[in-house]
Design a protein around this ligand. Structure first.
Ligand SMILES: O=C[C@H](O)COP(=O)(O)O
Length: 271
């Protein structure tokens, strides 16, 4: 595996846009073209910050054609996958199909899947295995709700989700895994966990991985923050030494705003 450092950060930051259930396939083309043009105009260096989008399933073929046809550097993934590979699973999508569509990543266990669709850590674990069977890199989402946060149990809760979701995973797989810490109370609410909160949890996740595996493995895993991230707060969030990127929802639907987040190095907050 190649080194993930970009020279300034220990790991190459990943700026990921989860479009959720927004944008049909024609709107997807417009949004992605605008994003790519904006990043090109700004001379974005993709080796300094990787940029990924996660459109709805129905957009992926159009996204693939655009990325391939125009040689875009933006990569993409799906918002979910089945833990099964094929068969009588009406409505589900196989990792095999996503790989064929050129997906690099796939979200697993987003809080909206966990809460609305009742997805458990065990199912997330099986979905991670399915992603690996098809060469996809899972972006595992973990994070606590408001009550857990108020009870001060957010670290223990989140680490339990992490352990349950990665049980049995080999060290090499953990090193390439992306973990997104998304406090549920900060998603789509305008509430942002402070940079200290994001760093606290990212450090706790990395320490947990070091304990479960080893320090070298843990040092390679990328850990993102998600929850009302935007250009105005990305610089301070990404200042945390264990925070390796952001998983952006609402703000990723605006090409200029999302491009500005990807260009966070321009507005990194320093002491
Ligand atoms: O996947 C993205 C997260 O759910 C964050 O969404 P948000 O930026 O709209 O709060």
């Amino acid at each position: 595996m190649t080194s993930q450092t970009n020279g300034q950060f220990d790991r190459t930051p990943l700026i990921a846009g989860n479009w959720k259930m927004n944008m049909d396939h024609t709107q997807a083309i417009t949004l992605l073209q605008k994003l790519a043009w904006t990043l090109d105009d700004a001379k974005h260096d993709y080796s300094r910050a990787e940029v990924a989008v996660f459109p709805p399933f129905t957009d992926l073929r159009s996204v693939q054609s655009l990325v391939d046809g125009d040689d875009l550097r933006v990569v993409y993934g799906a918002q979910d996958l089945s833990d099964q590979d094929s068969g009588a699973y009406t409505g589900d999508i196989s990792g095999q199909f996503l790989a064929k569509l050129g997906c690099t990543y796939v979200l697993v266990g987003h809080s909206e899947r966990r809460t609305i669709h009742g997805e458990s850590d065990e199912l997330c674990n099986a979905k991670i295995a399915a992603a690996h069977r098809h060469g996809l890199v899972p972006v595992l989402c973990v994070g606590e709700g408001l009550e857990v946060r108020q009870a001060g149990e957010h670290v223990a809760f989140t680490l339990e989700q992490l352990r349950g979701s990665i049980a049995g995973l080999e060290a090499d797989r953990v090193a390439e895994l992306v973990v997104a810490y998304e406090p549920v109370w900060a998603i789509g609410t305008g509430e942002v966990a402070g940079p200290e909160d994001a760093q606290e949890m990212a450090a706790a996740i990395r320490a947990e991985l070091a304990g479960l595996y080893d320090a070298e493995t843990a040092a390679r895993t990328r850990i993102l923050y998600g929850g009302s991230a935007k250009a105005a707060n990305a610089g301070s969030i990404l200042k945390g030494k264990d925070v390796d990127g952001v998983l952006v929802g609402g703000a990723s639907l605006d090409a200029e705003e999302f491009a500005s987040i990807a260009r966070f190095e321009q507005h990194l907050v320093t002491d």
